[in-house]
Every structure is written in structure tokens, then in C-alpha cells.
Design a protein around this ligand. Structure first.
Ligand SMILES: NC(=O)c1ccc[n+]([C@@H]2O[C@H](COP(=O)([O-])OP(=O)(O)OC[C@H]3O[C@@H](n4cnc5c(N)ncnc54)[C@H](OP(=O)(O)O)[C@@H]3O)[C@@H](O)[C@H]2O)c1
Length: 271
């Protein structure tokens, strides 16, 4: 005969919130979790993308929110505070062709707001929600609670000439690492994903409709596989693909002036 806990575990549907889940890698992760039987909620700002998801994937719950507006973001988070969840992925991100075009004020404000400020706001809220759930022992039969953020391999290199994008992703990597240490006593898992190029629509749009020339570019399917593996294996900082990981690791071992010189001459021509 089954125990009560086993019965609850069997009927339990874990819930994931994906901030920045309305397109690209966030949406691919949303669909993957749905396939695995999760209840999925996504957040994004584009009304068109949300309408699309509502019609094509009606089981996914959508929330419209402009993350560059901290008041709007707080309102969304306050509204979600009564909702239990076991995993949150922060996949929202903003990137431009900083090396080709000068970063203007609007792009700079947007990048800082989405890649760094809203990320911190969301992680702060999500960690306190999960801690509260831990205290209320709302964990019977559920997944181990987890917080995941999608940074970039660009953030794994330390050099002064780095772009705002690379610097904000570097800050994200450091923040996730601090949260990981802080949440150990609560048995909450924190993983940071530092991937190379992923063939999403956003990357294509930035490259005149074709990003296939980007080094070691991977499909969203491959990226989802790597990310799920990193979550399953509880990897603190998952850097992939392997080829890019080796290259960045080798570059990080170079003397700083040499690294600066190489990246300065390379990055002036690429994203
Ligand atoms: N593609 C790559 O090569 C690559 C490589 C490494 C890391 N990454 C990182 O992966 C993440 C996803 O990138 P992607 O290529 O999948 O791009 P994407 O399709 O543009 O995804 C970005 C997500 O962020 C949301 N978002 C952007 N601005 C927002 C705002 N103001 N308010 C609310 N949501 C907002 C977008 O939703 P709305 O449009 O609905 O607002 C979308 O759901 C980013 O963090 C990116 O830095 C990408």
C-alpha cells in the first residue's frame, strides 16, 4: 500500500516560471519542460509573441511585463507571490551588435536593465519565495527547487575591453555563484548557463537573417540538451559547447596584455 507522501508525489505537477520565455532559448526550454509534464508559465513584453503562445500552446500561462520597468516587474512578482513553483529560469536578455554599432543611450539603458537589474530583482524575489516554500515544507514529492540563469560564454572572460553585454553577463555569473552559496542551507539549487552562440531568431535578426557564420553555433535543440544536462548534474557554471570552453579557458590563461590585444582586434569585427 502506498503512503500519503507517495500518493501526493504521483499526482504532483511541478511548476516552472521562465522569465524571458516567450521566444528563443527560453521558449524552447518552456516547451521542453511542458513535454516533461511540467506546468509552465512564461514572462515577456511582446504582445505579439504572447498572443502567439496563447493560441499555439494554450496550456502555457503567459504574463506580459516590461522588465526594463522595475515598478511593472515588482507588480508582476507581487502578483506571483501566492503561486508555488519549483524552478525559475531567467532567460531574458538584450544584446546588440555593440562592436559594429556604437552603443547608444537607449541600448545601454535596456541592456543594463534586462541583463543585470531585472535579473537581480527577479532572483532576489525568487530566492525568497523558494526559501519560504522550504520553511513551509511545501516540498513533498516535488523537484528539488532550482534557480537558473542564462548568462553567456562572453561573461567568462575577464578583460577591460569587454562589452557592456559581456560585463553584465559576467556580473550575472558572479551573482548566481553568490546565490548558490547562500542557498545551500535551504537545499535550493542554483545553476548558471554560459553558452556560446545559439541559432535563435534574435541572433539571426542581428546578423541580417543568417547567423550560420558564427563560430561553433548550435541549434536551440542542442542548447536545451546541454542546459537540461547541466541542471540534472547540478553544474554551478555550465560552459558549452566544449570547443568554445577550451578556447576561452586557454585565452584566460594568457597574460592580460596579450588577451586584450587579441580580443580588441577580433571583437571589433564580430558581435
Ligand atoms: N542566442 C545566442 O547566441 C545566445 C548566446 C549566449 C547567451 N544567450 C542569452 O540567452 C538569452 C536568450 O536569448 P535568445 O537568443 O533566445 O533571445 P530572444 O529570443 O530575444 O529571447 C529573449 C527573451 O527575453 C525577453 N525580453 C527581452 N526584453 C524584455 C523586456 N524588456 N521585458 C520582458 N522580457 C523581455 C524576450 O521577450 P519579449 O520579446 O516578449 O519581450 C524573450 O522572451 C539571453 O539572455 C541571451 O543573452 C544567447
Amino acid at each position: 500500500m502506498k503512503t500519503l507522501v507517495e500518493d501526493i508525489a504521483e499526482t504532483y505537477t511541478p511548476h516552472i516560471i521562465i522569465v524571458g520565455g516567450t521566444s528563443g532559448i527560453g521558449l524552447a526550454l518552456a516547451l521542453h519542460h511542458q513535454m516533461l509534464g511540467w506546468q509552465v508559465s512564461v514572462v515577456g513584453s511582446s504582445a505579439a509573441k504572447i498572443a502567439d503562445i496563447n493560441s499555439q500552446h494554450p496550456a502555457i500561462v503567459t504574463y506580459a511585463c516590461d522588465l526594463t520597468d522595475s515598478g511593472q516587474t515588482q507588480k508582476l512578482l507581487d502578483g506571483l507571490s501566492g503561486v508555488s513553483f519549483q524552478r525559475l529560469i531567467y532567460s531574458a536578455g538584450s544584446y546588440t551588435n555593440e562592436r559594429v554599432h556604437q552603443l547608444n543611450q537607449a541600448d545601454s539603458d535596456q541592456m543594463l536593465a534586462i541583463n543585470l537589474q531585472a535579473f537581480e530583482q527577479v532572483f532576489r524575489w525568487a530566492s525568497s519565495q523558494l526559501k519560504q516554500q522550504y520553511q513551509e515544507l511545501d516540498l513533498i514529492g516535488s523537484e528539488r527547487p532550482s534557480l537558473i540563469c542564462i548568462a553567456s560564454i562572453a561573461g567568462t572572460m575577464d578583460y577591460p575591453y569587454a562589452s557592456l553585454y559581456a560585463k553584465s553577463k559576467r556580473a550575472m555569473i558572479a551573482t548566481a555563484s553568490a546565490y548558490r552559496a547562500a542557498l545551500i542551507p535551504y537545499d535550493i539549487q542554483v545553476n548558471c548557463i554560459a553558452s556560446g552562440y545559439i541559432d535563435t531568431q534574435a541572433l539571426c535578426d542581428l546578423n541580417d537573417g543568417d547567423a550560420s557564420h558564427k563560430p561553433f553555433i548550435m541549434s536551440t535543440k542542442t542548447a536545451v540538451h546541454h542546459i537540461m544536462q547541466a541542471i540534472d548534474d547540478d553544474v554551478e557554471l555550465a560552459i558549452f559547447p566544449r570547443s568554445m570552453r577550451y578556447i576561452t579557458s586557454a585565452l584566460n590563461h594568457l597574460p592580460k596584455p596579450v588577451l586584450n590585444w587579441i580580443l580588441r582586434s577580433k571583437l571589433d569585427k564580430a558581435r
